[in-house]
Design a protein around this ligand. Structure first.
Ligand SMILES: NC(=O)c1ccc[n+]([C@@H]2O[C@H](COP(=O)([O-])OP(=O)(O)OC[C@H]3O[C@@H](n4cnc5c(N)ncnc54)[C@H](O)[C@@H]3O)[C@@H](O)[C@H]2O)c1
Length: 261
């Protein structure tokens, strides 16, 4: 099926920060491409120098106005990124947090065995960094704005092998609800997005991920798996004024998998 955008260049004039592009399979890349196709200017980040050589050509493809490092565990990098956005753009309309991480042993073992240190790092990188991002972005969203965080159905139901990421994503979705409440009066909307399974680098860290993909394809009422552009265009729609009264609730982009027992 060919996709016809909801309205040509409906995001023209908007400034969008997208955090979490590792390569062209990344969900964040789907968001960046969708925003770009609909007319927004995009800023991208890369994790470190090793990651930069994969992200730089993608940034060039969409004419990204800003390309800056961001490892949320490195003190000062978030501040430097937002100083750059303030200097170059003076404002911001959209920010996407599409990052998650947990130490391998903690991710691949059951929750009963998760260490306190592993839990804390997973929570910091995958959840609290979104709160920090929202805190830094909000003052630049002078004309209102939209914040996005990538969750997964394992936040709400037990998904085999999702382990520590289940409670971490549950905390992320709850954080989105509380931030939606706190930022609503400033016309800043907060959207936890729950994509169906996608073959990405982060997903390859989950045990038996191929089984999860096969099960999702089998269960989905739509009859097929989602792709990164499905997620990107859903976020793009939510960033338009057409969605101005939607905030806080988890939006599934999963072909309907979550409604099937
Ligand atoms: N792939 C799926 O099936 C799926 C489904 C639902 C939700 N998600 C979520 O989508 C988001 C994006 O993951 P993806 O599947 O596109 O994989 P990905 O590997 O392409 O993206 C994960 C990103 O997290 C970044 N990251 C990790 N640690 C970081 C740190 N300390 N600082 C800054 N960035 C860091 C990586 O650099 C990478 O860009 C994650 O939150 C993931 O949990 C993925």
């Amino acid at each position: 099926m060919t996709m016809t955008p909801i309205a040509d260049r409906v995001l023209a004039g908007k400034k969008a920060l997208v955090v979490g592009v590792a390569n062209e399979n990344s969900i964040a890349w789907g968001c960046a491409k969708a925003f770009h196709e609909l007319g927004a200017e995009v800023a991208l980040t890369y994790l470190n120098e090793k990651a930069k050589r994969f992200v730089e050509p993608l940034a060039e493809r969409i004419g990204a106005a800003i390309l800056a490092p961001l490892d949320v565990e490195q003190p000062g990098q978030m501040e430097a990124l937002f100083e750059r956005i303030q200097r170059d753009w003076g404002r911001l309309d959209i920010a996407v947090h599409s990052i998650a991480w947990a130490p391998k042993d903690d991710l691949q073992g059951g929750l009963l065995d998760c260490s306190a240190a592993g839990f804390a790092r997973a929570m910091d990188v995958s959840c609290h960094s979104f709160i920090r991002l929202a805190r830094a972005a909000a003052p630049l969203m002078t004309d209102g704005g939209s914040l996005f965080a990538m969750s997964y159905h394992g936040a709400q139901k037990v998904v085999d092998n999702y382990n520590v990421m289940g409670p971490v994503k549950a905390a992320l979705e709850a954080a989105c609800r509380y931030l939606a409440f706190e930022l609503g009066p400033r016309a800043i909307r907060v959207h936890p997005i729950s994509p169906g399974p996608l073959k990405t680098r982060a997903a390859s860290g989950l045990k038996d991920f191929d089984l999860l993909l096969a099960e999702a394809a089998h269960k989905a009422p739509i009859g097929e798996l989602v792709d990164i552009m499905d997620v990107g265009f859903a976020c793009a729609y939510l960033a338009t004024p057409y969605a101005r009264r939607i905030t806080g609730g988890t939006i599934y982009v999963d072909g309907g998998v979550h409604v099937v027992a």
